[in-house]
Design a protein around this ligand. Structure first.
Ligand code: AP5
Length: 214
């Protein structure tokens, strides 16, 4: 099963993608997580990506495409994957379509997690991420068992640098200009499904599962 998660920054793509990956035994591939892991290790890619991420801008397509195409070639992608944060521009979507077509393949679902802008800033200000394993929490909607500590590995929880309100507003504006057109792109292929991302996390997940298993 090949699934793309679409939606604004903070819509809950990562939250849902992790659960889908666990339920169906497929890898969760997040370009944002890959860039952040590279930054933590101080690689040239990570340092380059940081210049864009800190401003709320997209990392250039050339850098992103090289990275992701390598990842698809891995063994664990044989039975599919759930993509979170990729594709994010029409050229990225076209590159993915072409790469799949080479093997007579295509994605199965593009799931748009729909959340209005006014809910987003509030969500982002409460998000906390684990410095070690990348698990995400929300101080109100999904708090960890012990404040400031990851439930999975006990490491420290921090606020992401790009979750400051001014950067979030910029990310939203970039989303509307560069990423939202993908909704029509996948509608055109008959692959688009929309879920109401303002509902509780468990309810959003149930809705997604019912789409995937229809
Ligand atoms: P990335 O890491 O992909 O960030 P994003 O798309 O902006 O999405 P987020 O991770 O911020 O949000 P999400 O939708 O996953 O929400 P989450 O589940 O965490 O990208 C970061 C940057 O990297 C980009 O700005 C760009 O610079 C670069 N980049 C990445 N990919 C790229 C690409 N392909 N091309 C170019 N550049 C790229 O949830 C958010 C919060 O809400 C959490 O606290 C969560 O607990 C809570 N929450 C989730 N669901 C609910 C719910 N139903 N109700 C209440 N709270 C909820």
């Amino acid at each position: 099963m090949k699934i793309i998660m679409l939606g604004a920054p903070g819509a809950g793509k990562g939250t849902q993608a992790k659960q889908i990956a666990a339920k169906y035994g497929i890898p969760h591939i997040s370009t944002g997580d890959i860039f952040r892991a590279n930054l933590k290790e101080g690689t040239p890619l990570g340092l380059k990506a940081k210049e864009y991420m800190d401003k709320g801008l997209l990392v250039p397509d050339e850098l992103t495409l090289d990275l992701i195409m390598d990842r698809f070639a891995s063994d664990d992608c044989k039975n599919g994957y759930v993509l979170d944060g990729f594709p994010r521009t029409i050229p990225q979507a076209e590159a993915l379509t072409k790469a799949l077509e080479k093997n007579n393949d295509s994605i199965d679902f593009a799931i748009d997690v729909d959340v209005p802008d006014e809910n987003i800033v509030k969500r982002m200000s409460g998000r906390r991420a684990c410095v070690s394993c990348g698990a995400t929490y929300h101080v109100v909607f999904n708090p960890p068992k012990t404040e400031g500590k990851c439930d999975n590995c006990g490491a420290e929880l921090i606020q992401r640098a790009d979750d400051k309100p001014e950067t979030v507003l910029n990310r939203l504006s970039v989303y509307h200009k560069q990423t939202q057109p993908l909704i029509d792109y996948y509608k055109g292929f008959g692959k688009l499904k929309t879920v109401d991302g303002t509902k509780e996390m468990e309810e959003v997940f149930r809705e997604i599962v019912s789409i995937l298993e229809k």
